[in-house]
Design a protein around this ligand. Structure first.
Ligand SMILES: [Fe+2]
Ligand SMILES: [Fe+2]
Length: 189
């Protein structure tokens, strides 16, 4: 998947100047990614492939959460309360409620979130000095790359490829508009 707008230099600078805030928000993102995977399991128990993949993903994202949480605790930080994530909220607002497209839109929103997270972890990892934190973000970027491929593959499993491509094209445009209108802050999105 090709995102249509690159993350700005200003975002990277905000993250590098407040890395604690970035990691705290990152922890919340991993926890929510795990919960979202489990919510797909509970909504579509009859879809065997989706269920199998989402159970594995929920475990993997929870493992990511554990790893980020340990790093936070090592820094003497405390997990914040959930705050609203405008990026995710605005992407979710694109999900159409009709039964035949609800799953498609949910899968594509998840694919976009994974793709943007991947792009940003790459940007962060490239800017960090050699060391453990850099390696950590290199590994996570690889995982998020696998995840956005997984979500688009699942979309094509349950929906006609032409319909998936057309909707993905619309959503990529929307995602670019959302990213460009977000305030610059040291959050993952
Ligand atoms: Fe993750
Ligand atoms: Fe992920």
């Amino acid at each position: 998947m090709r995102l249509r707008v690159a993350t700005s230099r200003a975002w990277l600078e905000a993250v590098l100047s407040d890395f604690d805030t970035f990691m705290l928000d990152h922890a919340l993102c991993e926890r929510k990614a795990s919960a979202t995977a489990m919510s797909l399991v509970s909504h579509y128990p009859d879809r065997a492939e989706l269920t199998r993949e989402m159970v594995d993903l929920a475990v993997e994202e929870l493992e990511h959460f554990r790893m980020v949480y340990r790093r936070i605790a090592d820094r003497g930080l405390v997990l914040p309360a959930d705050h609203k994530d405008d990026y995710v909220r605005r992407l979710r607002a694109l999900v159409r409620r009709e039964t035949d497209v609800f799953l498609l839109d949910r899968l594509l929103v998840s694919a976009l979130i994974e793709a943007r997270s991947c792009e940003r972890f790459v940007v962060v990892s490239e800017a960090l000095p050699a060391g453990d934190t850099k390696d950590f973000y290199v590994d996570l970027a690889r995982a998020e790359a696998r995840h956005h491929v997984l979500f688009t593959r699942l979309a094509r499993t349950y929906h006609a490829p032409a319909i998936v491509e057309q909707r993905l094209d619309e959503m990529l445009d929307a995602e670019a508009r959302i990213v460009e209108s977000l305030p610059v802050h040291p959050f993952v999105h």
